[in-house]
Design a protein around this ligand. Structure first.
Ligand code: HPA
Length: 271
């Protein structure tokens, strides 16, 4: 695995013009328009990158985009690898390991999720303050590479408290409604049954989605700072019978996009 990571990092170093970014951003469902706010963009399709899995789901195109956002050099990941697509955990988290090898020290992640918190409304943006890992497998299971991180990484403050504080400050300045909450990560691809949404709320979750947790675990293993936001695209609970569809999820995510884009741009700029 180390050989593959280094080979991919070496390839990107040889391709990328300009300074190597210290910030990476994983663009989740329907949040791709952040790219429109980037400057000096250099697209590198996943298909051209050695060892990179290829993205398959509708609405997710596969490119690494090097450029600047708010005057800061960033790598944006357009299209991520979901466990439900059949990728294994090593593949899902491979790009994060490559980012680390390139010198990235801060990871931004966005995703779409179903809200269980009764205060939440569709279209709300939630800063992820913590997560509950309900994937059947931990991406760090197996041989530990000490070069990448410690065998038993701590997961307290996995989501950087200073970046959360900064986001709150920015939201207040901009008058944005910004929720806080615990993200429950599950495999999908089924949305939850009403009883499952209820169960996830009772165990301490505010929103549930099918991504992010594996990447965050690997980023924390590599001692990266992490900041995550989740767009609440539907609501679930024992009395809620609305059926979320992939299209509705995309639409709600697109609607919340300006908020997420302006928030993330400003946090990136000031972090
Ligand atoms: N559940 C799981 N993942 C999701 C949801 C949901 O309700 N909405 C968007 N992603």
């Amino acid at each position: 695995m180390l050989t593959e990571i280094n080979q991919t990092a070496e390839f990107l170093r040889s391709k990328v013009t300009g300074e190597m970014p210290k910030t990476a951003i994983i663009l989740g469902t329907g949040l791709g328009s952040l790219v429109d706010f980037m400057e000096d963009k250099q697209y590198i399709p996943y298909s051209e990158i050695p060892n990179m899995p290829v993205s398959t789901v509708e609405g997710h195109s596969g490119n690494l985009i090097f450029g600047s956002l708010g005057g800061k050099r960033v790598i944006a990941m357009q299209g991520r690898f979901h466990y439900y697509e059949g990728y294994n955990m090593k593949q899902v988290t491979f790009p994060v390991r490559v980012f680390k090898a390139l010198g990235v020290d801060t990871l931004f992640v966005s995703n779409a999720s179903g809200g269980m918190n009764k205060e939440f409304k569709v279209g709300d943006v939630m800063v992820i303050t913590d997560h509950i890992n309900l994937f059947p497998e931990n991406p760090l299971r197996g041989k530990n590479y000490n070069e990448l991180g410690t065998r038993f990484p701590a997961m307290i403050d996995a989501y950087d408290p200073q970046l959360i504080e900064l986001a709150d400050k920015i939201a207040e300045e901009k008058g944005l409604r910004l929720m806080h909450g615990v993200y429950v990560g599950t495999t999908g691809p089924t949305f939850e049954t009403p009883a499952e949404y209820e169960y996830f709320r009772i165990i301490g979750g505010d929103a549930v989605g099918m991504s992010t947790v594996p990447e965050v675990i690997v980023a924390r293993h590599a001692s990266m700072r992490v900041f995550g936001v989740s767009v609440i695209t539907d609501l679930g609970g024992k009395d809620i019978k609305d059926v979320p569809s992939h299209e509705e999820v995309q639409q709600a995510a697109v609607k919340a996009q300006p908020t997420v884009v302006s928030l993330i741009t400003e946090v990136v700029k000031r972090s």
